[in-house]
Design a protein around this ligand. Structure first.
Ligand code: IFM
Length: 472
């Protein structure tokens, strides 16, 4: 099929056009109005944890510039904005509710509604209160119940105006990458704790989903970062087995408890040495499989997987030591690296829009009870330069965006029930362990002045959205 042009494609009626951010990546004000440390504030103080010693302390100062940022979203024509609330702002130290923290989100929601933009709220985008980490964090089952209480506080404040609730963003990262690979906060390298975090985040999702449903939330879902695990050599049984294991731990260990109330049998076998099943108490899986109104899909690139050691002379950017799947808990070596025949972004991630199409189509076909899908993140980091005209002509990001929207359109044509797309990210921001050097924004932020300048990609996105809006 010839590539579908996102500017002329007839997008389904009501398709949501959004952009996404996360509290710790944009807000700043890390210790203001009662907010206390999250694990990312604490982790940023560990020497060498974050590139160039960057911290989320100021970020892009969204906490103080929020009304201007919402104005910008309105100018671009967004129909929805996906943001996260910070647990450490709402309940500092996970103690009492901090009204000043909730008031900030309440003002944000009011600004969005006033601008005609649907607020799409995520409760957990990786910033656990540090005080809870000091009680063993997500490795402690009790944290799941603390999360339910936090969700309840946020719902009490915003449930009259927010209709769309996402419990977790990419639990894979906040469990396996934070607790086994040690690349993300809290920086632990403890395989069993990582598996406990995985299960306890699932449980926390189910507990919160039940509570939100009971209180009357209209749409409840979760966002997963899913991949296509491709054997490096499709004919090599060692690579095939590595791809099978990656698919199990990366995709199915998340999808199946949520959709089928069961962990995949091969995943249970892979992690048997860590006594994973002892973590699962009677009734947990029923709680975890609470009904979902949507599944958020985050996808940036496929993963090329090999069970063999890295070849000599492997290009920079390949870092098997921080690869969660190379953690000792899976018991064998896994290596992912970009496919050599594809261009890569500044993250070293391959650019392969067809992977997004494949994934979206597969999800509906493989899970008959799959709820509607939203692409809740997709985007690219490039080494942007400011031109003499003061603008950012980010032709590569424009091409990435157009190609991936075209892939979404193709997936819809093939039957995938995709209801919206959120570009990552609205603004350049704090890219976790990479600090501020990796710019994902469609809007440039000058980190010295905090001035925002829409890049060409923002203008192109706006044109696509504008056309659809004008016609609907
Ligand atoms: O910046 C992150 C985001 O917080 C979660 N998904 C991937 C993005 C790019 O790495």
């Amino acid at each position: 099929m010839a590539a579908l042009d996102p500017n002329t494609y007839e997008w389904p009626e009501g398709f949501l056009w959004g952009s996404a951010t996360a509290a710790a990546q944009i807000e700043g004000a890390a210790h203001e109005d009662g907010k206390e440390d999250s694990i990312w504030d604490a982790y940023a103080r560990v020497p060498g944890a974050i590139a160039k010693g960057h911290t989320p302390e100021v970020a892009v100062d969204h906490y103080h510039r929020m009304p201007d940022d919402v104005r910008l979203m309105k100018e671009l024509g967004l129909s929805s904005y996906r943001f996260s609330t910070s647990w450490a702002r709402v309940k500092p130290g996970d103690r009492e509710v901090n009204q000043a923290g909730l008031d900030f989100y309440s003002r944000l929601v009011d600004e969005l509604l006033e601008a005609g933009i649907l607020p799409w709220l995520t409760l957990y985008h990786w910033d656990l209160p540090q005080a809870l980490e000091e009680r063993d964090g997500w490795a402690n089952r009790d944290t799941a119940y603390r999360f339910r209480d936090y969700a309840s506080a946020v719902y009490d404040a915003l449930g009259d105006r927010v209709t769309h609730w996402t419990t977790f963003n990419e639990p894979l990262c906040s469990s396996l990458i934070g607790y086994a690979a040690g690349e993300h906060a809290p920086g632990r390298q403890e395989p069993r704790a990582a598996l406990a975090a995985l299960h306890h985040q699932h449980l926390a999702h189910g507990l919160a989903a039940d509570l939100l449903r009971e209180r009357g939330a209209q749409r409840i879902g979760i966002t997963l970062n899913l991949t296509n695990a491709l054997p490096n050599d499709p004919a090599d049984p060692v690579d095939q087995e590595a791809a099978r294991r990656l698919d199990a731990i990366w995709n199915r260990a998340f999808l199946e408890p949520l959709l089928l109330a069961a962990y995949p049998a091969d995943f249970l076998e892979d992690v048997r040495a860590h006594d994973f099943e002892a973590l699962v108490q009677p009734g947990d899986l029923e709680t975890i499989a609470a009904p979902l109104d949507f599944l958020g899909v985050n996808h940036y690139h496929d993963d090329n997987v090999s069970g063999h050691p890295l070849p000599p002379g492997t290009p920079p950017g390949v870092r098997p030591d921080v690869n969660p799947t190379s953690s000792p808990f899976v018991g064998s070596e896994y290596i992912t690296f970009p496919r050599r025949d594809l261009p890569v972004t500044a993250m070293g991630w391959e650019v392969n829009p067809d992977g997004l199409r494949t994934l979206l189509v597969r999800l509906g076909r493989e899970y008959p009870n799959m709820p509607p899908l939203y692409v809740t993140e997709n985007g690219s980091a490039y080494e942007d330069e400011v031109g003499e005209d003061g603008r950012v002509h980010d032709a590569e990001r424009v091409a990435y965006l157009r190609a991936h929207l075209s892939a979404v359109a193709e997936a819809i044509e093939e039957g995938a029930d995709v209801r919206g797309y959120f570009v990552w990210s609205l603004l350049d921001n704090f890219e976790w362990a990479w600090g501020y050097d990796k710019r994902f924004g469609i809007v440039r932020v000058d980190y010295d002045t905090q001035v925002r300048t829409p890049k060409d990609s923002a203008l192109e996105y706006s044109r696509i959205i504008g056309r659809v809006r004008a016609e609907t």
